[in-house]
Design a binder for this molecule. Structure first.
Ligand code: PBG
Ligand code: ZN
Length: 327
């Protein structure tokens, strides 16, 4: 082992070319999944206040957006639906002509090569805003499973390539895998929001998806931010139940969870760089307090360095442009 002055680590940082040679982590456009919010109606491209650059899109405005994503080389989109009518059991989540189902059909027709991922949850579709069926003040786990399974099957029927359950109900991966297999969808992938925390960083999403709970919060089903061993149990169960891809969400406050998951499991690992993480970078950048592009690339690189090979991010289009050397 040799020390200073023989060893000088600054030699590895001397020019950009040398730094490039020594670099351990490189983002690729193929790493990204771009989330989209679909609304009913026509000719709607409604900016989402706390998420500058993101929009609620009606079906007719969705395809041009997806074309842009595809042209940038981003392999996948993740769809969230905002129905015009909500009820206690989230009927529009599993309606054959529901907003997400129609969006999947439209995208599969216009850009068949793009991977379409659908969020499987009820909170955008229930009038109380919870992720499942409410009995009294509680979300009933086992009754919710059936509806999540119906939702996933209807999305697969519409042509979704990947279904991504995010409700944090016990047994949801098993229920959905069984229902998919039982309806001829053996080929449909399942990306499990395996370790999803009860996070303040979902705030802007709930504005975008109009899905804030009308009473209480999600702490009785989403994870306690203090726990990492429990996250490994959550992931392990989802692997046993048949997940193809596992996910940690949010990403930035949970890089240790990502790193542990990468060490402990051999499945492809996704991380969700959630709405609040995006909003913070945008807000500070608008105020001139950070360099937005640099902060964005630093954050995304950190998520990859921690061990995620799939990065779900509202920054995906901007990051892809930078990676292509545009702008
Ligand atoms: C639905 C869902 C949420 C997010 C993804 N799927 C919100 C929530 O659980 O409240 C959050 C995504 C984001 O903040 O970007 N269950
Ligand atoms: Zn939900």
């Amino acid at each position: 082992m040799s020390y200073f002055p023989t060893t000088r680590l600054r030699r590895l940082r001397v020019t950009e070319t040398v730094r490039r040679m020594a670099r351990e982590t490189a983002l690729a456009i193929a790493d990204f999944v771009y989330p989209l919010f679909v609304v009913e109606g026509r000719d709607i491209r409604q900016p989402i206040g706390p998420m500058p650059g993101c929009y609620q899109l009606s079906l007719d405005r969705l395809c041009p957006e997806v074309d842009e994503v595809a042209e940038l080389g981003i392999p996948a989109v993740l769809l969230f639906g905002i129905p015009s009518a909500k009820d206690a059991v989230g009927s529009e989540a599993y309606a054959e002509r529901g907003i997400v189902q129609e969006a999947v059909r439209a995208i599969k027709k216009a850009a068949p090569q793009i991977v379409v991922v659908t969020d499987v949850c009820l909170c955008e579709y229930t009038d109380h805003g919870h992720c499942g069926v409410v009995v009294g003040e509680r979300v009933d786990n086992d009754r919710t499973l059936e509806l999540l399974a119906k939702t996933a099957v209807s999305q697969a029927d519409a042509g979704a390539d990947v279904v991504a359950p995010s409700a944090m109900m016990d047994g949801q991966v098993r229920a959905i895998r069984q229902a998919l297999d039982g309806s001829g969808h053996q080929e449909t992938l399942l990306m499990a929001y395996a370790a999803k925390y009860a996070s303040a960083f979902f705030g802007p999403f709930r504005v975008a998806a109009e899905s804030a709970p009308q009473f209480g919060d999600r702490r009785a089903y989403q994870m306690d931010p203090a726990n990492v061993r429990e996250a490994m149990r959550e992931i392990e169960l989802d692997v046993q139940e048949g997940a193809d891809i596992i996910m940690v969400k949010p990403a930035l406050a949970y890089l240790d969870v990502i790193a542990r998951a990468r060490q402990q499991f051999n499945l492809p690992l996704a991380a969700y760089n959630v709405s609040g993480e995006y909003s913070m970078v945008k807000a500070a950048s608008q105020l001139g307090w950070v360099d937005g592009n640099r902060a964005m690339m630093e954050v995304l690189t950190a998520i990859k360095r921690a061990g995620a090979e799939i990065i779900i991010s509202y920054h995906a289009k901007e990051a892809a442009r930078l990676l292509r050397g545009e702008r």
